[in-house]
Structures are given as C-alpha cells and as structure tokens.
Ligand binder design. Structure first.
Ligand code: ADP
Ligand code: MG
Length: 266
C-alpha cells in the first residue's frame, strides 16, 4: 500500500470517528483540486471544513422539516400569486424571512376552501424550518384530539411542554370540525400559553363572526381566543374560486375542445 493510500484509509476512519460525513464525501475531490490549483494546506483544510459545515446545515434543515410533520411538502416557488386574490408577494416574502417568529407574532389565513391557505402555511413553515426554527404542523382537530387524549392519560403537561418548545405552531383547518367545550378550552390554553411568547399560524375557512359556533356556542371563549390570536397578527384574507376546481374546469375545457376537433368530420 502506498503512503497516499494509507493516509486515505486513515482519513476515512477519522472522519467517521469524528462524525464528519461532509468531509468524508469531499476530501478526495478537494485534494485533487488542491493539487491542480496549488492551494496552501490552510486553504485545503478550510475547504474540507466548509464542506462539513454545509453538510451539517443541510441535515439540520432536513431534520427540522421532518419534525414539523407537514402532511405534504409545498413551497413558495410553486405558489401562483395570480391565482389567489388577497395575497401579496412582498407580504409573503416578508413572512418567509421569519421575523414574526422572532417577535412571537401570529399569522392568520382566512378564506374559502381551495384558495391556497394550507399551501401558504406549509410553505412558510418550510421556510421557517430552513431558518432552523422548530415548527410543528397540526390540523386543529388533531391538535384538540391530542390534547384531550393527553389530559385523559394524565400527560397533558408533558404535551404542553413539548408544544412550548415549538417556535412556530401551525394549526390548519380551524373550523372544519367543531369542538365541545372542553376541547375548546384546551385549545384556548395553548393559545393563551403562547400569547406574546411563541408564534401560531392558523388557517380557517370561517369568518371571525362564525368562531363561536366551532367552540360550542361559547361567545366568551371565542372572543378570548380571537383576542389573543389577533392581537399581534398578520391577517391574510384569501379570496377567489377553489384552485383545484378551476384547474379541473380548465382541463375539462381543453379536453372537450380536443374531442370536438377529433370528431369533426373531414
Ligand atoms: P385551502 O387550504 O385554502 O383549502 P389548499 O392550500 O389546500 O387550499 O389548496 C388546494 C390545492 O390547490 C393544493 O394542492 C394547493 O397546492 C393548490 N393551490 C391553491 N392555491 C394555489 C395557488 N395560488 N398556486 C398554486 N397552487 C395552489
Ligand atoms: Mg386547507
């Protein structure tokens, strides 16, 4: 075995022992480049370490995205701003920077079904995860069910502690499933606990005036909840027709014209 081959074997072992997968992947190619371009030893070492740092950053982001439990991955680059009224690109770009999370402010997306509320919430959650924020996505009904189950299993404070560790809690589809009084109160406690401390992003197809209906007709609870949610919040009201339905309608229109063309007698 040549000296170079031995050094390589040793390096492979060392990068493994030090858990440096980025350095392991790159050190050989960088060594070739260093030879060709006559880098100094310091330059070479610094490039190897830079590769390791980048690899660690990427895996931290992947981990954050995994932990957020998004139901599917949506990103801002696939959002068509011309297809949803009420959403301004600069406003979304500002939210993507994540300052609202730093100042523990909330974001509320309100509007009819299919207008891209969940798409935007997931995309902004992904951006937050990319900025290394701890994010958790939950449908409102699932969140309340988890809270009720945790209370019944005497594990409520553990779940609350876990939720407190989440920097951006995304509560999707508030209003789809109504809660009983106890469920509404458990949700209220989460919102009250996070008030001015941690961010919530919530999507709802209901107008604010309809909130009491979801909370067992409890006007006081609805007002208290909305008060805390909306106090330091960006409210984005999406408008327009369902994106899916419009796409389907556009597809139907294009297939029916081709059918017509094909059946036209020659
Ligand atoms: P909502 O949560 O408001 O009911 P969704 O975000 O679930 O709506 O949107 C329904 C579907 O349509 C999703 O697949 C979403 O990606 C897509 N969609 C909605 N609005 C847009 C848009 N403006 N640009 C691109 N895709 C969109
Ligand atoms: Mg939705």
């Amino acid at each position: 075995m040549s000296r170079a081959a031995i050094a390589k074997e040793v390096l492979v072992g060392q990068t493994r022992a030090l858990k440096m997968p980025g350095a392991l992947r790159c050190f050989e190619a960088l060594a070739r480049q260093a030879n060709e371009e006559h880098w100094s030893y310091e330059e070479y070492l610094s490039e190897v370490l830079a590769a390791e740092i980048q690899s660690r950053n990427e895996s931290a982001v992947r981990q954050r995205v995994r932990e957020a439990r998004f139901p599917e991955l949506k990103t801002l680059d696939t959002f068509d701003f011309s297809a949803t009224e009420g959403v301004s690109p600069p406003q979304i770009a500002e939210l993507a920077r994540g300052r609202f999370i730093e100042s523990a402010e909330n974001v509320l997306f309100v509007g009819p079904i299919g207008t891209g509320k969940t798409h935007l919430a997931i995309s902004l959650g992904v951006e937050a995860a990319r900025n290394r924020r701890r994010v958790l996505f939950m449908r409102a009904a699932d969140l309340v069910r988890s809270l009720v189950e945790a209370r019944d299993g005497r594990e409520l404070s553990r779940l609350q502690r876990r939720l407190n560790g989440v920097e951006l809690l995304i509560v999707d589809e508030f209003g789809f499933v109504p809660f009983d009084r106890a469920g509404g109160e458990l949700l209220f406690n989460i919102v009250a606990e996070r008030y001015e401390r941690r961010s919530i992003m919530l999507t709802s197809n209901l107008a604010f005036s309809e909130w009491p209906r979801v909370l067992g007709g409890d006007d006081k609870l609805a007002t208290a909840l909305l008060d805390r949610l909306a106090h330091h919040a960006t409210v984005i009201t999406t408008k327009g027709k369902s994106y899916r339905m419009r796409k389907r309608a556009a597809q139907d229109a294009s297939t029916s014209t081709t059918v017509k063309k094909e059946t036209r007698p020659k």
